[in-house]
Design a protein around this ligand. Structure first.
Ligand code: GLU
Length: 471
């Protein structure tokens, strides 16, 4: 058997964290078993489905790298097929036309509620219907009256539901359009889905879908209903908790591997391990190890993972992802030092790509203002002489390399009998604008000689102005 899984979003919004985790689990399961992963867009709700939402979902999948082997299939392209199956169910006696008016159904429901029995269709049209296809009607699935449905669920364990609990479900509306449960069944059957991995909000649809599949003589897939995701506060994850669209995490400078790593850990674990590369996830993940209970999204953990991946990923890859964030700051990183080298210098010190872009801007353009605290502390009268000496020697340096720069800083400190900090810190604030940066020699090498000299001049002028103002 070739494992075939699917992700079947309804395009009524962006790709949210819950959907992304369902997609990830389905994708991982297919990858792990050398199977196929299918993307199906469930867009039959014409009023709520939008093209923007389809694009947002595709964009999110692409960003996360959840590539699909087949699709995207669109349910709206498959109406003919659904009609065919509905007809097949009518012909085989597994479905029937129902002409009951809204009034009759309302009266029926009220009576059942008053008698405290579960509201359900009473099968009236099975016996009394005019069976006139021209009169307005819906089509109902004739659910078996006896026996039970067994769900083999890889997360929840085996579930048994008595058929007496199930209604004769409407599978086609008055306008002939198929309903949700019918389209899912036809697609899972036609697409030969072997494992349905989805949110546990669909659990109550499953016995109905199994009955329809059986009526069609189709194989029943194995199900895995995954629990919902909670926010930090234990309530169901929603917009209230901040970002729920995966692309919002992209915009906030989170790496896709960090988000995937956090998502895979929501309900799944492997010992005490926290870090899972994609390859490791594929190797270790198993849907049967997913927990039944809901788990909470944790922004701090996500940031911690992000920091980890920023630190350990290939600098060229981080540079590639960082580039658009530099662009947002009006910086073209092809004009200036190699962005990969900048990343290498900065990798240890950033939590998000946004932060890395902000703290890397000075490599590419002069800053306007000094960080006040850093300037107050380091750009004082006493810094004038070391800065002047450094400037003199830097100007004379023809091979602008970190080791020579380092040597000059050392020499100037020795010559002025100052500790290194008293020389390097004013230099750092002069060139970076604040008191933190990667090591001063690499920083200056990347900033370049010309910009370094220009910024030292500016700092000296700044000190002079301060001194003059204080007199
Ligand atoms: N379209 C459904 C949803 O977005 C999923 C259906 C399924 O996975 O069976 O909730």
């Amino acid at each position: 058997m070739t494992v075939r899984t699917r992700f079947a979003p309804s395009p009524t919004g962006y790709l949210h964290v819950g959907g992304a985790r369902t997609a990830l689990f389905s994708w991982l399961y297919a990858r792990k078993h050398g199977g196929q992963f299918v993307l199906r867009i469930e867009d039959t709700d014409l009023e709520r489905s939008t093209a923007e939402s389809v694009n947002a979902i595709l964009e999110g999948m692409t960003w996360l790298g959840l590539e699909y082997d087949e699709g995207p299939f669109y349910q709206t392209h498959r109406f003919e097929r659904y009609k065919e199956v509905i007809q097949q169910l009518l012909d085989s006696g597994h479905a029937y036309r129902c002409y009951c008016s809204k009034e009759r159904l309302d009266t029926l429901r009220e009576g059942q509620m008053a008698a405290k029995v579960k509201p359900r269709y009473d099968g009236h049209c099975l016996e009394h219907a005019p069976q006139d296809p021209a009169a307005p009607h819906v089509i109902r699935f004739r659910n078996p009256k006896e026996g039970s449905v067994f769900i083999k669920d890889l997360v929840r364990g085996n579930v048994e539901i008595s058929n007496s609990e199930l209604d004769d479900l409407i599978i086609a509306r008055t306008d002939g359009s198929p309903t949700y449960n019918l389209t899912v069944v036809v697609d899972d059957m036609d697409m030969q889905i072997t494992h349905v991995i989805r949110g546990d909000d669909h659990l109550n649809n499953t016995p109905r879908q199994i009955n329809i599949l059986k009526a069609l003589g189709a194989e029943t897939p194995i199900y895995a209903h995954v629990p919902m995701i909670l926010g930090d506060d234990g309530a169901r994850l929603s917009k209230r908790h901040g970002a729920v669209s995966v692309m919002q995490y992209h915009d906030e400078g989170i790496l896709p591997e960090a988000l995937l790593n956090h998502l895979v850990r929501l309900g799944w674990s492997h010992g005490d391990e926290e870090i899972f590369s994609i390859d490791k996830m594929i190797e270790l993940f198993d849907i049967e190890d997913v927990n039944k209970s809901a788990s909470a999204f944790n922004t701090d953990k996500l940031e911690w993972l992000n920091q980890h991946y920023i630190k350990s990923d290939d600098p060229a890859r981080i540079a590639h992802l960082l580039s658009p964030f530099m662009g947002k700051l009006g910086i073209d990183p092809t004009e200036g030092p190699s962005l990969s080298e900048v990343v290498q210098a900065q990798q240890e010190r950033a939590t998000t790509l946004i932060e890395m872009a902000e703290t890397s801007a000075f490599f590419y353009k002069d800053f306007d203002d000094y960080d006040e605290k850093s300037a107050n502390k380091n750009l004082k009268a006493g810094a004038r002489e070391p800065l002047l000496k450094l400037r003199e020697q830097f100007e004379a340096l023809s091979d602008w390399q970190a080791e020579h720069i380092h040597h000059i800083v050392q020499e100037v400190s020795a010559e002025l009998e100052l500790n290194m900090g008293k020389v390097a810190m004013p230099l750092r604030v002069a060139v970076v604008g604040r008191a933190s940066s990667p090591s001063i020699d690499i920083t200056l090498q990347l900033v370049g000689k010309e910009a370094t000299l220009r910024r030292i001049d500016k700092a000296i002028a700044y000190i002079d102005a301060r001194v003059a103002a204080a007199e």
